[in-house]
Design a protein. Structure first.
Length: 172
């Protein structure tokens, strides 16, 4: 994808980030655990979230930008306790009109490069709907392995959905 910029989220992105997630949540048959109307952070709360991830040594918030607007995001939220600070949970999504064009791969590459350079992180995990083979393929391409299958893990669009727990172990 031409003119794609992957960068760390900034507090000034808060409104655009909120609108991005709200649009995704309203999209039918999307593989996220939010339904329309469930994402109601204020600008102040989103700014705080962006800042918390920026301040944590084991967390990251990236956005993908095209044509001056946010078209994708990736968060890595590291554990907050001594026992789990080495592990981060990854969440990624791309706007419908930009899927299968390289934005997700670019976000993943930037995040994995950051993780491999981070001396704290040793594990990155995520959950993915079993009905999302393109996402599963992307994660496998970056070395993620399936560690578990959760039946009826989420309820969305009037249906129960299974998901997979996948993880990447970091040897740094």
């Amino acid at each position: 994808m031409q003119n794609l910029i992957v960068r760390q989220a900034q507090p000034a992105d808060a409104i655009q980030c909120i609108e991005f997630v709200q649009a995704l949540a309203a999209e039918p048959n999307i593989g996220i655990g939010l339904s329309a109307g469930e994402f109601n952070l204020t600008e102040e709360q989103e700014v705080q979230f962006i800042q918390e991830l920026a301040d944590a040594e084991n967390s990251l918030f990236l956005v993908a930008e095209a044509e001056g607007r946010i078209i994708g995001s990736l968060t890595l939220q590291g554990g907050k306790r001594k026992s789990n600070r080495h592990a981060a949970t990854l969440g990624i999504t791309v706007a419908k009109d930009y899927r299968a064009q390289g934005a997700g791969r670019a976000l993943m590459q930037a995040a994995i490069d950051w993780v491999k350079a981070n001396p704290v992180l040793k594990r990155v995990e995520l959950n993915v709907f079993t009905g999302n083979p393109s996402a599963i393929h992307l994660y496998e391409a970056f070395g993620f392995k399936v560690e578990g299958h959760r039946r009826k893990a989420l309820y969305r669009d009037g249906l129960f959905h299974d998901d997979l727990l996948m993880a990447l172990l970091i040897e740094n």
